[in-house]
Design a protein around this ligand. Sequence first.
Ligand code: C2E
Ligand code: MG
Ligand code: MG
Length: 623
Amino acid sequence: MVSALYGTPLAIPVGMTIATVVIAACGAITGDIGFAVLSAAMGCIGAFRFGAQLYYRRTHAAGSTALFERLAYGGAWATAFTMSCFGAYTVAAHADDRIVTLAVAQTIGYIAGIAGRNSSRPFITNIQVSCATIPFAGALMLSQIPAFMVIAGALLMTVVLTISSSNVIHGVFVSNFRKTRELQLFATTDSVTALLNRRGFIDEVEERLRTGGRIYLLSVDVDDFKTVNDTLGHDVGDALLSVIAERIASVLGPRDKAARIGGDEFMIVSDRSGEDVAALATAIVGSFAEPVSVAKATLSISVSVGLANGTGESVERSLKHCDLALYKAKADGKNRWQSYTPELSEAYDKRMSLEQDLAKAIAANELEVQYQPIYSPRGRTILMCEALMRWRHPTRGMISPAEFIPIAEQNGLITTLGAFAIEQAMEAATRWPQPVGVSVNVSAKQFHPDHDLVGVVEDALRRTDIAPHRVMLEVTESTLAEDKNFVIETLQRLRVLGVRIALDDFGTGYSSLSYLAELPIDILKIDRAFVNSVATSSKAQSLLRAIAGLAAELNVAIIVEGVETPEQFEAVTQFQPHGVQGFLFARPMPKEAIDLIIDRRVTLPAIDRPRPTRRKQHRSSAA
Ligand code: C2E
Ligand code: MG
Ligand code: MG
């Protein structure tokens, strides 16, 4: 009722002004001071009702509607009573037909208006109609003029009919209202978590922006949810989402509203201050410090949060800012929150422009493959070279694969880039001495049923005529996030071709020993981060010993990457790796440079450490 009455901004000021002017006009025509008093009373009531309306429109989001409901019916009754007094006074004090016609028309019109409009609360309508009618009808009766007495009778009939019909109308109105409410709730609620859904959330945000509030949006994304969902099944995934929703809700205040807007992504709108909202973001991340229990399992999960300002922006734009902040939080290592800054948009724009340039890069001959030798620590000769892609951008200079590979993975160009790298690498290797192999990185996205990776490798083998056993493909654990069975089957088919498979970057991410047994691999590449810790921590050494033992058991050889110092080299040689790779020996270099060093033995400083009494000998070219 309140929103209907106060939501139509013109009804009260226009209606009240007309009533006031009509009464004042009667005063002007007759010169009767009584009309001036009634007109002033009507004007004051109108001003009061209009003030209440303005106050409601400014504050109603924060408070309850009970006060406004009382103000609404108080104002309506006062108006009705004053209107009726006007009619009664006119009939009692004036014989002028024009004035009486004005009063009768105004009062009857008003009563008809109430009867048609106020179906929301019968008791308000009934009192209002009575207030509007009884003084006027009484005066009409007392006038003893037959025509007036007929009008009085008709008015009283109207009162009786309005009162009896308003109950019926009210019943219909309320049940329709409830139904609409339920439908609305259904359309705006998420069935898994009972939070708002995307539609409901956008409505909420738009409403808050419309009422002029300063708002913040928070985007909450469960870290690595897909892994949980895939390993535990979708039912557990759904149950987990409910628990996550509860955790999030537990740290919200009365001015925050949460929604699940799809998959494992939650959003919150808040009208807290900047400092408070930062505390909220911290609390959300912190609320997952304790593991969650779901379906008899205890899971350690974390969330990343993006935070953006929603003031003065379109909802879509604010949501995008929130997303950019969230991506940054994820890229910075997850389990944290990040607030939006304009630099994030700049980085995004740069990425977009790189994405456009990348599409043209191959044709423009801007992509090249460099090679980094992998040495055998025993023979000190090059076992193979890892092919590492480089992008010589015409204006931005050399761009690292760490920057453009993820872009290519996202826009699908990776399959073209990947095929290019495979072809180039095999081609380069044909010029190398027989035993030296080549190793090419393959992205998880190249393992897709729509992309014929096996065909690409087969073609390149045929075209370059290189012995397949000289070719190795490096995959990462993230490959298993794709369709696992399909990945394993593809790897097996590749091995049937004769190429070898390496698991790259072991020791980062989810490194699971079970992958070693599950994946058909020949080589395990231990990541640089792990090598770093092996040199300094005895725990990491024990771990590497266990991994090396297991790998030997499974007939998987080990290559250690990222060896930068003699100490690191010394620390890893005790595990007798098959190969070592790192800046200590050689950096990635163009194929012309590789051709020059390919058949030389290398000086391995940890082994060939110069004796203190003798000057260091350069033996890198010794055969
Ligand atoms: P990755 O396969 O693990 O390659 C090793 C990375 O470590 C290379 O970085 C290499 O330059 C660097 N590196 C080698 N030794 C050392 C060292 O001693 N210290 C340090 N700090 N770094 C060392 P790069 O060339 O920047 O490549 C980064 C990543 O980009 C690669 O990591 C690989 O995942 C990806 N990548 C490169 N080329 C390709 C490609 O053709 N296809 C795909 N899918 N990914 C590629
Ligand atoms: Mg690699
Ligand atoms: Mg690696």
